[in-house]
Design a protein around this ligand. Sequence first.
Ligand code: CA
Length: 254
Amino acid sequence: MAMKLLLAAVTITWTAVALAEGVPVGRELAAQIQADIDWQDRVSERKANPSGEVMGAATWDDASGGVDGVKNGSYGFHTTYSENPWWQVDLERSYELGRVVIYNRMDSDVRKRAYGMMVLVSPDGKAWQEVFRHTDEEFGGVPDGKPLVVDLTGKGVSARWVRCQMPKTVSFHLDEVEVYPTSEPDTNVALHKPADQSSAGRSSTSKGLNPRSDELSFTLEGTARMLERAGGSLLPLRDQEVHAAAKAFRSVPP
Ligand SMILES: [Ca+2]
């Protein structure tokens, strides 16, 4: 549904731009844009889900449940049963980290799946440093008021990305992850930030948000490049026309 609305917005905006700029558009272009969306969906599914298990949602979509502010003792995200599964959040800028507070799933007897979890941080989303590793002591979440509190205060840990990862083969799920920087110890800077995870499966669910990762973002520039690579000639657009159309598209209110 979101993609259809997106397509409608693109088509309408493109048509408006086309009228102003004199660019020919029509059903053929709309079909190509839809093909682009379908292609991106297929590629992201294959990449995210090597096991072939049916996905309930895209990885970024399910992962957003770990930072949606909903803490109810159930799972906010849920990977497939896989080797070293991970979940991460992009804080969108670097912070000196004070605390990472992790709420476990408590709605069935699976809380031990998260035991042994590692917390890693990264300045760029590529190079990771382990800053914490849980041992076997119990930790809970909302129902018992005993989330795992990873205290990094005074350890000089600065990062933009925070990742939770399991060092074993397991289904990985948590209720919520909160990140508090030393500069604002009462502000959860992870709330509603872009998240992602290693895989999504039948237990993954859509949280109804718009795509936020670069991989899934949709632009007319991207479509034009994709058609060019595919050898298509349906878009005889000059760079400036593509740029103008993309700029107009981005100005459409969400
Ligand atoms: Ca949540």
